[in-house]
Design a binder for this molecule. Structure first.
Ligand code: ADP
Ligand code: MG
Length: 609
């Protein structure tokens, strides 16, 4: 019992903090509570006036008897006199109707206001989650499944806000209950005492179910997350599943997950329904027993009993509401916890931007000095004491077996990952000193598998520079070798691309994305495996493009490539192996040395030389 009290106390102190965190202001809470009070007051008057109505009917409207029987009538008579209206049964009934109408207006306003607040908070929470997700560092993104984070943003956010709003609803019910109890108190204090006892008993009865609700709620959140994570991964790669002929296994696994989710959801609803159903007969039963006792032993007046019945009936959903709201809170607490958990871990992994300097242009070079990097979950370093130089107006190619650290190296330049030791300098100044945004604006990066958002071709290229003119866009497309295929599309630059641009081939996507990168005219251009999706002809074209950019701009070009033929002209070729720079030189220098490069070259070009 003490344990339970502590829990409740803890819940409310946390609730205040959470409300503050979610921007649920005291004034908003107050408005909701004031509306609840208004509803209750209107209802109390609407119900309360039935006592004089019954009395009026019993005495056939004899005002003298009525005044002598109760003080209430003195007030009623003076109010009617003030309004210069004759007292009649119709007038009294009309007043009661008027109060109920008022109650309904207040209820409507409260519901509308509460919904507006709820959805505003859900929206703000989603915005906050998304923004924190974008602000988190690469390590966080590496370790978070998009299925789980999307579930938290879309689904659990609603549950989380409900745990904030439901206590207000509970307070609403509590206020109403106090209102009803006050009427009962006016009727008879014995009745009130018994009603309170009835309510307390009723609220204890479903405590087991309520406790179970919070456990099931947490389980449900886990089930939802597992389901979304699994689903998103499979939705993204139906081809893989089909080509591997693992449809049946995937279906079975999905079936298991939906089954688990179904069980938890159903059980959660059953628990809520149990409380709901058990409370009603309990309250009615106890009320009827009390009614019997008060009639048989206390000789209560019939109009009192009538009013009591009315109040008891009205009060039932309210007292039920208090308890079932509490249970709903418990069952959605899991959602709040997972949202907080994600918010916290994203806050901890927040990308730190302590730089103050603003970039202008790179004049000479970018240097890596003795740089090592280690993935948090790995023991050995993915990059080991790397010292290299990328010069302006030069193409640097990075080659080497897969897993040798090429992509990791690239991630260090825009500070997507931070070196464990060593430093990276631009014209001699550590890049940590620059503002992240200004550093990243220096770099255009074309990944191996470009991500193309929904929208038009033009929009995609625009992503590189939002204020570019139409001419610039066409020019960038031409330079990237994308103009020809774009002009063959039905609406040319205004062609809508479906999700992930499925209608473009791999090579076309890369060229489109290259256009985006070129449009930005950045000082550093990084291309990861640009020729992996290209045929021999496009590869030739790509080489020409590269030479063209090389001549025209003051850029550092970094190309990661498996196809050595596409990078023979590079001023510098870096051969990576197991996190080390194994060799470094021009094509002919490397060919003359024994090692990975010469072997790979012979394997890829068996006839030449
Ligand atoms: P490459 O691009 O040359 O194929 P990577 O830079 O992607 O190689 O990988 C270098 C090493 O780091 C590999 O051993 C790889 O398994 C590991 N690695 C890459 N990404 C991660 C990651 N997100 N978490 C842990 N280890 C990683
Ligand atoms: Mg790679």
């Amino acid at each position: 019992m003490i344990h339970k009290k502590n829990n409740t106390f803890l819940f409310f102190s946390q609730w205040f903090n959470r409300s503050k965190e979610a921007n649920l202001s005291y004034s908003t809470m107050s408005i909701i509570i004031v509306m609840s009070i208004s509803t209750t007051v209107a209802e109390m008057f609407g119900l309360g006036i039935f006592l004089p109505i019954f009395q009026y009917m019993k005495t056939d409207g004899d005002l003298e008897i009525l005044v002598s029987e109760s003080v209430v009538w003195e007030y009623i008579i003076s109010i009617f006199k003030f309004a210069s209206v004759d007292i009649s049964l119709l007038a009294l009934l009309f007043i009661s109707f008027f109060f109920f109408l008022g109650r309904q207006v207040f209820t409507y306003m409260r519901v509308v206001f509460k919904s507006a607040v709820t959805y505003r908070l859900v929206k703000e929470l989603r915005d906050k989650l998304f923004s924190k997700y974008l602000n988190a560092d690469t390590t966080f993104h590496d370790s978070t499944s998009i299925g789980s984070i999307s579930n938290v943003i879309v689904v659990e956010s609603i549950g989380a806000i409900q745990t904030l709003m439901q206590p207000l609803e509970m307070v609403t019910y509590l206020i109403m209950a106090i209102g009803y109890l006050s009427i009962l108190f006016l009727l008879s204090w014995q009745m009130t005492a018994v009603s309170i006892i009835v309510l307390s008993f009723a609220s204890l009865a479903p405590s087991v179910w309520i406790k179970r609700s919070s456990q099931v709620g947490r389980g449900l959140v886990k089930a939802n997350i597992k389901l979304s994570a699994f689903l998103l991964a499979r939705l993204k790669s139906p081809r893989l599943v089909r080509l591997a002929s693992t449809q049946q296994a995937e279906k079975d696994e999905f079936n298991r997950l939906t089954q688990n989710q179904r069980k938890k959801s159903t059980y959660s609803s059953i628990l809520l329904a149990r409380t709901d159903s058990a409370l009603e007969p309990l309250i009615i039963g106890l009320s009827l027993i009390f009614l019997y006792i008060s009639y048989t032993y206390f000789n209560m007046q019939i109009e009192m009993i009538g009013l009591y019945l009315v109040v008891a009936l009205r009060m039932m959903p309210v007292s039920k509401g208090i308890i079932s709201q509490w249970q709903s809170i418990q069952s959605s607490l899991g959602s709040m916890e997972i949202v907080e958990n994600k918010l916290d871990s994203m806050e901890v992994s927040k990308e730190i931007d302590t730089g103050v300097l603003q970039f202008n242009k790179i004049k000479q070079s970018v240097d890596l000095l003795d740089v090592s990097y280690c993935y948090p979950i790995r023991e050995d370093d993915a990059l080991k004491n790397i010292t290299i130089k990328f010069k302006v107006n030069e193409i640097t190619a990075i080659v080497g077996p897969s897993g040798s650290g090429k992509s990791t190296l690239i991630d260090l330049l825009p500070r997507l990952r931070l070196p464990k030791v060593g430093s990276i300098r631009v014209d001699g100044i550590d890049i940590a000193k620059y503002k992240l945004k200004s550093l990243r604006q220096l770099i255009a990066y074309v990944p191996q598998f470009p991500q193309i958002f929904d929208g038009t071709i033009r929009n995609h290229i625009h992503y590189g520079k939002s204020d570019a003119s139409s001419e610039e866009i066409i020019e960038a497309a031409r330079l990237a070798g994308a103009e020809d295929f774009i002009n063959q599309l039905p609406k040319k630059f205004d062609t809508e691309l479906g999700e992930d641009a499925v209608r473009l081939s791999g090579g076309q996507r890369q060229r489109l994305d290259l256009a985006r990168a070129l449009l930005a005219h950045t000082s550093i251009l990084i291309l990861d495996e640009p020729t992996s999706n290209l045929d021999a002809e496009s590869e030739e074209m790509f080489k020409r493009v590269l030479t063209q950019i090389h001549k025209d701009t003051n850029t550092i070009i970094i190309v990661i490539s498996h196809r050595l033929a596409s990078i023979v002209d590079a001023e510098q070729i870096i051969v990576m192996n197991k996190g080390n720079v194994e060799m470094l030189g021009t094509h002919s220098e490397l060919l003359n040395k024994k090692g990975w490069y010469a072997e790979a070259w012979t394997m890829q070009n068996p006839i030449t030389k």
